[in-house]
Design a protein around this ligand. Structure first.
Ligand SMILES: C[S@@+](CC[C@H](N)C(=O)[O-])C[C@H]1O[C@@H](n2cnc3c(N)ncnc32)[C@H](O)[C@@H]1O
Length: 243
C-alpha cells in the first residue's frame, strides 16, 4: 500500500498539534512516518462513523479527517490531558466533520457507538487492545484496524501463555521464550477476532526501524459460519493447552 506523502502528514501534524511556528520533535517525526503508512489502510472512510480508540491526542482520527475525507469521528481516550489536547486540535481542523471526543475507558461499553464503520486503535497499550477487540465485536464494527503495542502481565492471556511456553521443550533463553509468548498472544487475539466473524489479515505497515510494534491487524466483519467455527475450535484448543 502506498504511504501518504510524509511532508503532507508532517504538515498536518504540525498544524493541528504543534502550531505552525513549532518544529517537529523526533517523536513527532516517528509518528508522522507511522501515520503516513497506516492511514491508507483506513480508506475508504467517507461514510459511517470511525472510532479512534485509546486515541491519545487522536492523531489517527484527526488526520483521517484532514487527509482522507472522514466526516464522522468518535474519539475514546481516558487520559484527561490527551483529551484536552485533542479538543484543542479539533478547533484547528480545516475541513468540516462531526467529532465527538469522549473521555472514557475503552472498556466502558457506554462510550461506544453501535455499528461503527471502522474501529482503529494505534498502539493501544497492553490490555487496551483486548478491550478494543471486545468492544468492536460487541458494537458490531464493520472493520477493525489494530496495531497492538507493549505486551505485559495485565493481558488476561499473558500468564497462561507464559505457562504454556514454560511447559514446552525449548531453550531457557528469555528472548526466545518471550517471542513465543508474544506469538501465542497474537494468535489468541487473531482467533478471537476470527471466531467473532472477522476476516483477518496481519501484515507489517512500516519497517521495524520505525517501530518494533509494526504489525497491523486488518479485519472485516463477514460472519462466515464455517470460518467462525474453525477459529473457535482453534481458540478452544489454545486455551486448553496444558501449561
Ligand atoms: C501509546 S498511546 C497511543 C496513542 C495514539 N493511539 C497514538 O498512536 O498516537 C496509548 C494511549 O492509550 C490510552 N489508553 C490506554 N489504556 C486505555 C484504556 N483502557 N481506555 C482508554 N484509553 C486508554 C493511553 O492513555 C494513551 O493515550
Amino acid at each position: 500500500m502506498t504511504p501518504l506523502p510524509l511532508a503532507t502528514v508532517e504538515h498536518a501534524l504540525r498544524r493541528l498539534f504543534l502550531g505552525d511556528a513549532q518544529g517537529l520533535r523526533d517523536e513527532d517525526r516517528k509518528k508522522a512516518r507511522e501515520l503516513a503508512a497506516l492511514l491508507p489502510h483506513l480508506a475508504p472512510v467517507d461514510r459511517g462513523v470511525v472510532v479512534d480508540a485509546a486515541a491519545g491526542r487522536a492523531g489517527v482520527g484527526l488526520l483521517a479527517v484532514e487527509l482522507l475525507g472522514l466526516r464522522e469521528l468518535v474519539v475514546i481516550e481516558r487520559a484527561a490531558d490527551r483529551v484536552a489536547h485533542c479538543r484543542d486540535a479539533c478547533a484547528k481542523l480545516s475541513v468540516p466533520a462531526k467529532v465527538d471526543v469522549r473521555e472514557a475507558d475503552v472498556g466502558d461499553a457506554r462510550a461506544w457507538p453501535t455499528r461503527p464503520e471502522l474501529v482503529v486503535a494505534l498502539h493501544a497499550c497492553g490490555p487496551a487492545t483486548d478491550a478494543v477487540i471486545d468492544a468492536a465485536v460487541r458494537s458490531e464494527a464493520r472493520r477493525v484496524m489494530l496495531v497492538p503495542c507493549c505486551l505485559g502481565s495485565q493481558i488476561s492471556f499473558a500468564a497462561q501463555a507464559r505457562a504454556i511456553v514454560a511447559s514446552w521443550p525449548i531453550p531457557r533463553q528469555a528472548p526466545i521464550r518471550q517471542r513465543m509468548e508474544h506469538g501465542l498472544i497474537d494468535a489468541w487475539r487473531t482467533l478471537r477476532l476470527e471466531a467473532a466473524g472477522y476476516e483477518v489479515t496481519v501484515l507489517p505497515f512500516v519497517a521495524p526501524t520505525v517501530t518494533p510494534y509494526n504489525l497491523v491487524w486488518r479485519c472485516r466483519r463477514v460472519r462466515e459460519p464455517g470460518a467462525m467455527a474453525r477459529a473457535q475450535t482453534k481458540l478452544d484448543a489454545i486455551l486448553s493447552l496444558p501449561a
